[in-house]
Design a protein around this ligand. Sequence first.
Ligand code: NAD
Length: 542
Amino acid sequence: MSGLPNIPHPSNEPVLSYAPGSPERAALKASLSAVGAQQIDVPAVVAGREVRTGDTHDIVSPHCHQRVLARVHQADAATITSATKAAIEAQRDWGHWRFEDRAAVFLKAADLLATVHRQLLNAATMLGQSKTAFQAEIDSACELIDFLRFNVHFAERIYREQPESSAGMWNRMDHRPLEGFVYAITPFNFTAIGGNLPTAPALMGNAVIWKPSATATLSNWHFFRLLQEAGLPPGVINFLPGDSIEISNTLLADRHLAGIHFTGSTPVFQSLWRTVGENLPKYAGYPRIVGETGGKDFIVAHASADAEALAVAMVRGAYEYQGQKCSAASRAYVPDTLWPEVRDRAIAMVGDIRMGDVADFRNFMGAVIDRRAFERIRGYLDRARNDAGVRILAGGGADDSVGWFVEPTLLEVDDPAYRTMCEEIFGPVMTVHVYPAGRWSETLALVDRTGPYALTGAVFAQDRAAVAEADRALRYAAGNYYVNDKPTGAVVGQQPFGGGRASGTNDKAGSVLNLLRWVSPRAIKETFAPPKDYRYPFMGEA
Ligand code: NAD
């Protein structure tokens, strides 16, 4: 075709309600029954070929850990090595596809996800990662659809970014994909991030090796199949479940490593970066390193804050998805003048929260992701029970007999440097420090300097001068900053997401800033009438 096609303008995918009687509720319930009744076999896929090594890892439901949902074949050494060759081979063709052809694959994937496969992905996310219907809908449906559609729109902006040309010449920018393959390493907690990290570089013409998180492989596998159905050619994204250290050791030592697209914990990201540094002389270029990592996200309230809004933000921000959002509120600073009302409201709401099997839609919370997470969180609760200056105001219990359940827990601490105020717990634990209302400025400084992270944070105040002071004092304390709102729930295209300091490279997933990391521009100058004489006019005799 000849023409300059207009890319469809994206808008955010509407969040369905799943209210009783709605068609989406009936469809989701049917998918839950179907996905829960099966035990599927998940292979690695390299160059479009399914590889079953026979060395399998079970995927279970966190809220019912005896139920095996899938058996995942772990990639072996030969499969890992073949994935790098497959990616490089595939990119030779894919990297030259027209943008509209690449874009069409991902736009079709978005449509398949919005329609025929929506409830399959939601059910797999609910059962495999223990999300409620609403938490799955905003993740595996809406956010992932938004990533796919908005990225196409942002990519178009990059391609339209072209230089000026003087008379007699034409200057152009060729926004090339990187030379080599991109390694996408994805976390358990968002199916949308699982889908975005491999597809964003692929959209820009790169070939990718995707290592899904062991505990999210069920939903991630269904999304990979959806991409194949949408027309993604073999080898452009290679699906490689397996031992993360073995896979990383091979891929990070490869001369053709062109980039890492990571989301997960800070220590893992730092170890990847360190290895890349050590391997630098081996590489053909300088690998792009993009990582969004941990957080210790705050809510700080001024004495003028609305106590009711604050308490709701604390409860939703801290306990939705069992506190396993990188953006989850986990430390709060509340003035003594407001605390009695906020505390009583928060305790009442926590007492009202139902936790259990996510297929029972009355539950607000499911289980934490696996035994390791359960033990880690329980360790914090055990210490809190015995440490001086710590009061457990709500929750504090944990029970792993059926699933890995941890109660929504509210702690109050005297010491603002107590470990649960500083360390990422990644569970349903909110710690509050009550400060004298007159010490607002000092408290802002405390919020800013507590812990190494800077991912999300929220200020609650009705006094405009207090809002302005916080805005300035906390400018570098969060990459996503909220005023009178909870610090979770970023929407693609509206609040581009990412943090600074130890929380990552802040390349803002689902934005033009992220996509720019996956291109290596070539500037082209074409001269229409090249000079025919080497001498310049000033050299003539007077
Ligand atoms: P994780 O670091 O344990 O795992 C992330 C990925 O890295 C997984 O695929 C895992 O298999 C892999 N991995 C683990 N060890 C590795 C190693 N040594 N080498 C290479 N890969 C390795 O994180 P998680 O538990 O899946 O996710 C939770 C973490 O992710 C939290 O710290 C959370 O804050 C963070 N997170 C951040 C964002 C963000 O946007 N900033 C979003 C989601 C999650």
